[in-house]
Write a new protein. Structure first.
Lengths: 283, 283
DNA sequence: TGACTGTTGGAACAAACATTCCATATTGCC
DNA sequence: GGCAATATGGAATGTTTGTTCCAACAGTCA
């Protein structure tokens, strides 16, 4: 027979469980605590962000009551209860990030080095796709596609790590029957290849940190010559951001020193097919 | 005459404005502050929830730098900057939830063509990654990496849709200090480029249905000359399957006429880093 | 080279914070 | 009605937090 240790009950681990718990035993809570529970369910966002003093004031109780409330639900303190609300707000993306961090932490877990690396790159790709799904303004893609659809020729610029993306775009555009030129810098003639572009054309420039100077330079030149430039880049700090007409932002997760390209490719695919659709719609 | 009060500029009131501001003047920020800006844009959720100490550690700066960063953007202190991120998260979480519901509600299509395409490509990529995770033999990757690690030079062969993968491998191997030659077929000299390979080297050949004849031909030639060939392809029915020493199978999902490349890239990344690790272990 | 301006790291600081404690009030029970 | 148990308000407390300050450093122009 086990000794009578007060088996301290586990607090609800997530928001859904918390709500279930309150529904079950919320009725037999003391008046002030019930008041807190009601406020909590009515304003879950306040619970995530505000301080004890603020929440207490809004709920019409003392800060200490909040702590007591949390402890009545078996949390060590109010902060632990609050964490549940914060996690609820950030949803799955934190899941991915935590898993990535864990993977990075273990030197080489079970399954061997290759397994660890593979899982790491897969997680990084998944996280990137997740972010792309949540944060991308599809209207902006449509705008970009419309611009590309009107272009006589689409010039594709990108180097080093991003060259795969533009070479893919060259393939996709070709297959879709859209006239495109891959600025591949063969023979060092990148600038000359791109200089063919005029205001009736368009350019897709792809560059992520650390930005290849030549890509930025070519985009700048084109932009200043009146060529519509669509930038595929990693954010507002990119030097491409100021040298473009339409900025498509992509956030890629990394694993080790290597950044995923999954989101960038998905966006590139979308952009090319959307352009083809626009052309078809116009005709 | 009014006294010379320094008309203190107003800080960005919401996230969109903050991004706009950074786009305009982010480039001329001091290095450390720009580092903060980059971290901030890459991990906006961290900015909403974590404390100065935590954020600073992740961004690789001092807590004081965060305060300085906020003040550089005309906020009185870091807390005021953080408030922008919290507000964004509050609003966006309801946005995101609504969008998800909308997407679930309507079968597909009315949410805009671009959205439909984007979600489709994202889903295809995720499915591919899922499959890769589930059915890849990591021991085989280790074997392949060991083979590559022993090679004098790695020859990279792939064309058309798969050219992005080999061009990425060329980038990765270069960055990792592994001698590699990208067989890019410039000037139609692909066969000659690949003919340099000998038994002391190795070749990675990438081809998926419909297989590019030249890629298959080059791999066959190399294999018969005693060059270790590692094939990255889509299954046992591939013509590459018989002309290689190690067969790495990848199943990619497609959306419309376009197949994802997410799994192939993840595998390529794994293979290159695993090779570098093997080389390091051998030394 | 040498002053000057701007940037950075790290310790010191004061304010804000969640939490604890205790006296008081309320409730339930005999 | 009186006692015990619980609930509550509000001050006290020890952390943790964001912030400030200063010395050291880097870059720039004379």
């Amino acid at each position: 027979m086990p000794p009578e240790i007060a088996a301290l009950p586990a607090p609800p681990g997530d928001y859904a469980e918390l709500v279930r718990r309150l529904r079950a035993e919320g009725a037999r809570l003391p008046p002030r605590l019930r008041q807190v529970a009601e406020h909590m369910l009515a304003h879950p966002e306040d619970m995530a962000f505000q301080t004890t003093a603020e929440i207490a004031a809004r709920a019409g109780v003392q800060p200490s009551t909040l702590v007591r409330f949390a402890q009545a639900l078996d949390y060590p303190g109010f902060s632990d209860l609050q964490q549940v609300f914060r996690n609820r707000l950030r949803r799955e993306s934190s899941d991915h990030r935590a898993r990535l961090a864990a993977l990075r932490g273990e030197a080489s877990g079970e399954g061997g080095m290759a397994r660890t690396l593979l899982e790491g790159f897969i997680r990084a790709s998944q996280a990137s796709l997740e972010t792309l799904s949540g944060r991308t303004d599809s209207a902006l893609i449509e705008t970009a596609a419309a611009r590309l659809a009107r272009a006589g020729t689409v010039y594709l610029v990108g180097a080093r790590r991003m060259f795969p993306v533009v070479s893919y775009l060259a393939y996709a555009f070709g297959k879709l029957g859209i006239r495109a030129v891959l600025v591949d810098n063969v023979g060092g003639l990148g600038a000359e290849q791109a200089a063919m572009a005029g205001p009736g054309d368009a350019m897709i420039a792809v560059s992520f940190a650390p930005y290849t100077p030549q890509t930025v330079e070519i985009a700048r030149e084109a932009h200043r010559s009146g060529v519509p430039v669509i930038a595929l880049t990693d954010g507002a700090l990119s030097p491409l951001a100021v040298e473009c007409d339409i900025l498509l932002e992509v956030v890629e997760a990394d694993f080790g020193a290597f950044r995923s390209m999954a989101a960038t490719f998905a966006l590139a695919m979308t952009l090319s097919v959307a352009t083809a659709e626009k052309i078809r719609a116009d005709a």
